[in-house]
Design a protein around this ligand. Structure first.
Ligand SMILES: [Zn+2]
Length: 318
């Protein structure tokens, strides 16, 4: 593999596929964005991934022989060693899909598959908020909550590639059963879906709020955050509740990993300090003193490029 050449990296999401050409230094040369159309099924999505890469290469006057690898970051259980998408909640019909082999055959270059949050963890460690630090935990808070672990500078994926499901640690067992089968997961309490659901629940109880003017079905976490910033008390309480549960999750993470940094990414992290400040305070109050004194809890720096940058790094390093 000629590592001087760019990597064609892909962030395969439930709604969008982002392809990018990425240099050795982690510079994005080109991007190509297209809808996933996951409901059209596995074969259609596989075709879209390949066509997106081909289109991007053609737009930049490149042939497949002028990239060193194709590398895909995808949500769900990914077995990077075997090159399989074992299971993906956002992609109906995907079970044990040999994505690495399919792409390697199509493009005639080495191919890689890695979990998207693990890819983002690697990217934030090498190029973003965790530069020059040894141990990093990445938490993506969006519709759900995912995680990635960089330990001693290396990505930790677990024996089956299933490690770092940080959104599924039990925080409040009485909160009921999660889709994953466990009870009271962090994701049920501090994700974007959880914020929206809690706001709707309180509105249905007839509580006063500026959100009451909206159609209940349309309310999402960004609306709640915006209303909170505008002084709406119900929304502020909902954000504070999510921040509290996020903080409980971070206390566990700090006690288990003693990381240098916890990087919080994903759409909900854009709420910023109203979410992070109470969570930091809880860590200071409840985690073991030594690791609590060490850890920095920071917003992610790489935004929507984290997945493709991490996928490219993974191809070059692993
Ligand atoms: Zn769960």
């Amino acid at each position: 593999m000629n590592k001087e050449l760019p990597v064609a990296a892909v962030d395969l999401g439930g709604t969008k596929i982002l392809s990018a050409l990425i240099t050795t230094g982690g510079r994005v040369l080109a991007r190509h964005l297209q809808p996933t159309n996951a409901s059209k099924g596995k074969d259609a999505v596989l075709q879209s991934i390949a066509e997106g890469i081909e289109k991007m290469l053609a737009e930049n006057g490149l042939k497949a022989s002028q990239i060193c690898a194709v590398s895909v970051a995808a949500a769900g259980a990914i077995d990077s060693e075997k090159g399989l998408v074992t299971d993906s909640p956002n992609l109906p019909g995907w079970h044990n899909v040999p994505l690495r082999q399919i792409l390697a055959e199509r493009f005639g270059v080495p191919a890689f598959v890695v979990n998207d949050a693990s890819a983002a963890a690697l990217a934030e460690h090498r190029l973003g908020a965790g530069r020059s630090l040894k141990n990093l935990i990445y938490l993506t808070v969006s519709t759900g909550i995912g995680g990635g672990i960089v330990a001693d500078g290396r990505l930790y994926l677990g024996s089956d590639g299933s490690a770092a499901e940080l959104g599924h640690m039990t925080i409040e067992e009485s909160a009921g059963r999660d889709n994953c089968g466990n009870y009271g997961c962090l994701e049920m309490l501090a994700s974007g879906s959880a914020i929206a659901a809690e706001a709707k629940k309180r509105l249905k109880e007839g509580r006063a709020s500026s959100l009451a003017a909206m159609d209940l079905d349309d309310i999402d976490a960004a609306d709640v955050a915006q209303a909170a910033a505008g002084g709406d008390e119900l929304s502020q309480q909902v954000i504070a509740r999510a921040a509290h549960y996020l903080g409980l999750g971070l206390v566990n993470i700090v006690n288990i990993f003693n990381p240098d940094v916890i990087v919080i990414g994903g759409g909900v992290s854009r709420i910023g300090e109203p979410l992070l400040e109470p969570a930091r305070r809880l860590v200071a109050e409840r985690a073991f003193k030594l690791p609590a004194g060490r850890v920095r809890i920071l917003e992610a720096e790489l935004g929507d490029d984290a997945g493709v940058l991490g996928a490219a790094l993974y191809a070059r390093e692993y």
